[in-house]
Design a protein around this ligand. Sequence first.
Ligand SMILES: Cc1cc2nc3c(=O)[nH]c(=O)nc-3n(C[C@H](O)[C@H](O)[C@H](O)COP(=O)(O)O)c2cc1C
Length: 403
Amino acid sequence: MINRRVVLAGAGGLVVAGVAGRAWQQGLLGGSDPALAAWGDWRSQRQLGALRLVGAAVLAASPHNTQPWSFAIGRMGVDVFEVPGRALGSMDPFGRERLAGLGAAIHNMALASTSLGRAARVQLLPDPANPQHVARVLLGPDGSGPAAHPLLPVIGRRHTHRGPWRGGLFSGAKLNELLDFPAFPGVKLALFEAASPRGQRFAALTADATAAIAADDAMMADSERWFRHERSDADRLMDGLTLATSGISPSLAAGAALLPAQSPAMQGRYWLAATKDVHLPTASLFGFIVAADPHDRRSALLVGSAWQRLHLNAVAAGLAAQPLNQLPEIIDREVQMKQAPRFARAVDALLDDPAWRPSFAFRIGIADAPALPALRRPVSAVIGPPARLAWEVEQWRSAGGAF
Ligand SMILES: Cc1cc2nc3c(=O)[nH]c(=O)nc-3n(C[C@H](O)[C@H](O)[C@H](O)COP(=O)(O)O)c2cc1C
């Protein structure tokens, strides 16, 4: 006869087997992770020639990790195209952030060109007939380029850090390293020490903007579309946000991965709590990247390039960085919904000159542990239509028939 203890032991065994099965399904028991292979490909310099530029481009920051890019490769360079369908909907109603992601990729490509020893020239928006053709990176002959850029190894170590940081100030030497910047025409930085009155105002407004977004069902639903809770989705799509990079501890992330995905409303509540209790109070520095017209396509690209460079500089200086774009996002949403510009006016009051509009907001600080890498589609998945032969022939003719 089966007694109670045997039944309970059997039930316990089933529960353990169920949890183990779910842990296996969610990739918590180890094994390789093809959606992270692009990071190793860059570190081992696996790509040769112009392909290496794409290997660096795919590691750039992009809004919600949408990776809104495709590339066409030729012997003389690489064309970069916007993929408008990789969109955030009401979170980015004018595609401004999508262009910033492309600008980030273009900056990585310019840096990567220095590893080939070929001079690079970047043309933004080279084809007025095709606005989606956002850049052409032209490569000169072998041996024409500058020395390898010191940030090249940092491209593979730059990760958005959403965890708790130490707070407090960092040294002036680190600040100088952070701000060691080429000029990005038409784009400026506005920085606030976190503890200063303006820093506190930035934090209060960002918390308010987060609450407004969390209460906007359309924005939360559009955001949720890029969240990959199931490992099978992460492996298949290789894009979007995951628990592992959400800033919670690895054990909490593993526990949460065993459960079903949260609703957008619940995610909004956790995000608001993390913003108010972790992101804002543990930062050292807040800032905006500002532009005269954030919706101008060229400016939006340059804002993204500036962010990529700032983040690479931060990592090189041993600092952590995270975009906190709730204010620019809610300002765009006010415009889209034809609402009174409450947040836009509040940010005007924070910045000295209302002629400069906020296009990107962020925090910088000191973290004890590094951030983890986010998913990426590999180079092979983002090379679009074959290289543009007409362009190659045109270049070949203008070079007098010699490459
Ligand atoms: C235009 C833009 C806006 C972003 N906004 C935010 C943000 O508000 N909060 C955040 O945590 N990360 C933000 N990010 C960071 C992306 O989520 C991140 O780059 C992407 O998930 C890939 O991860 P990685 O930067 O670690 O490679 C933004 C990135 C870009 C380019």
